[in-house]
Design a protein around this ligand. Structure first.
Ligand code: NAP
Length: 207
């Protein structure tokens, strides 16, 4: 059975762990706080541990703020090599709410791939609010997870994980597209922050 390791037991980590479990993927949840990890993994029949424990999943989801990537990379030297490493982040500079923390011609996913060249980095989930991942719908439209990455097998693995849980997943192209996905995620957050849309809504994909 495929296993996913979700690092981070907050909003997004919980919902992604739930998606994985619903689709029949085994779940390991690691967090700084063992109790928080157990609270997410326990009801899903998964295993829990703390950051620094061995990563058992072939897929690893970094469900932490972009600013925490550096800590996780330092905590896991070499451990992400060969893994499907999923970047869900929206690297918003929350001190200004006006910029991303990555250069305009780059992306958090590209920065991550450069830092962990042995991993197969995939960008996913960042353009969805957690609520729409949980319910499976954004308004009347089925939730669509946009997936970008340079490794076709890695993308397929993630697409399978998402679709097995009854959500839609769409291959959005190479890892270069992460830049556009992060722009969409950023805009969506500013719209919700300004109360022009709800945190349970957001952009939807219609054929
Ligand atoms: N929430 C959403 O709707 C949503 C949607 C799309 C993408 N995202 C992205 O998902 C990621 C997580 O967001 P979230 O909403 O789940 O945030 P959250 O609820 O605040 O959870 C953040 C998680 O990251 C952990 N964390 C923070 N700094 C860490 C560090 N240095 N080392 C290890 N763990 C650390 C936190 O641990 P503690 O509990 O110990 O602080 C917590 O488990 C972000 O990159 C965000 O941009 C979120």
């Amino acid at each position: 059975m495929t296993t996913v390791t979700v690092i981070g037991a907050g909003n997004l980590g919980s919902v992604v762990a739930g998606i994985a479990a619903k689709g029949g993927t085994g779940v390991q949840v690691l967090a700084r706080d063992a109790e928080k990890a157990q609270a997410v993994a326990g009801p899903l029949g998964g295993s829990a541990g703390v950051v620094g424990d061995a990563v058992t999943g072939e897929i690893v989801v970094l469900a932490v703020p972009y600013a925490a990537f550096e800590d996780l990379i330092a905590a896991y030297p070499g451990a992400f090599d060969g893994k499907v490493l999923v970047d869900v982040s929206n690297p918003v500079d929350f001190s200004t709410f006006d910029d991303l923390l990555v250069p305009a011609d780059s992306s958090a996913a590209k920065v991550l791939q450069d830092a962990v060249p042995g991993a197969k980095v995939v960008k996913a989930f960042n353009a969805n609010f957690g609520a729409t991942l949980g319910t499976g719908a954004a308004g009347p439209v089925q939730t669509a997870v946009l997936v970008a990455g340079d490794d076709a097998d890695a993308k397929r693995t993630l697409v399978d994980l998402v679709t097995s849980a009854g959500l839609r997943a769409v291959d959005a192209g190479s890892l270069k597209r992460a830049r556009e996905l992060e722009a969409i995620g950023f805009l969506q957050i500013t719209l919700a922050g300004a109360e022009k849309i709800s945190w349970a809504g957001g952009f939807a994909l219609v054929d």
